[in-house]
Design a protein around this ligand. Sequence first.
Ligand code: ADP
Ligand code: ADP
Ligand code: ZN
Length: 216
Amino acid sequence: MKLLLMGPPGAGKGSQSKKLVEAYDLQSISTGEMFREAYKKGDPMGEKAMEYIRQGELVDDELTNRVVRERLSHERPDARFLLDGYPRTVNQARALDKILTEKGTRLTAVINIVVDKEVIIERMAGRRVCRQCAATYHTKFRPPRVENVCDACGGDLHQREDDKPASVRNRLNIYESKTRPIIDYYKGRGFLINIDGEQSFEKVFRDIQRALRDLT
Ligand code: ADP
Ligand code: ADP
Ligand code: ZN
């Protein structure tokens, strides 16, 4: 199984990807995570990516495609994975097609989590992330047991620089202009699944599971 999880920033991709990875025994491949990890390690690729990320801009296609190609080069054609946050441009979607075709494989399904702009803004404003293990919380919808402390590892919670309101608006505009067109790209190929993301964490997950069951 090779899944792709799409949706605007704050749609709940990270939250759902965690559950999907466990339930279906998938490797999680998140370009956003890869960039942040590389940056933490002081890797030049991460430094370069972070210059874009801080501004709420997309990292350029060339660099992003290179990182994904390198990551997937270690995988066998039958590898089971979930891509979260990649592709984000039609150019990247084409690059991914090419990478998979060269491996003699293809995507199983593209899951598109649909949420309205107002919901996104509220979700982004309350998102808090663990500095240590990257677990994600929400001040209102998924508060940690102790304020600002990670349930999982005891680490500090913080707000990502690019989750501040100015950057969020920019990211939403970019989503509309650059990323949304991918939906049509995949619709045309017949493996698009739309999921209503404005439901509880559990209901969204159940809907995804049902859609995947219907597929097979
Ligand atoms: P993405 O990876 O798509 O940007 P996240 O999974 O990080 O989205 O979710 C964004 C924020 O919204 C997080 O704070 C998360 O806890 C919260 N969130 C995600 N899904 C839901 C949901 N179904 N209901 C309420 N809050 C949610
Ligand atoms: P979110 O879950 O909030 O949508 P991510 O963690 O996926 O955010 O990504 C954070 C940032 O990393 C993005 O705003 C963007 O700047 C950069 N990024 C991640 N994936 C890509 C990609 N496929 N192409 C370009 N930039 C990316
Ligand atoms: Zn933690």
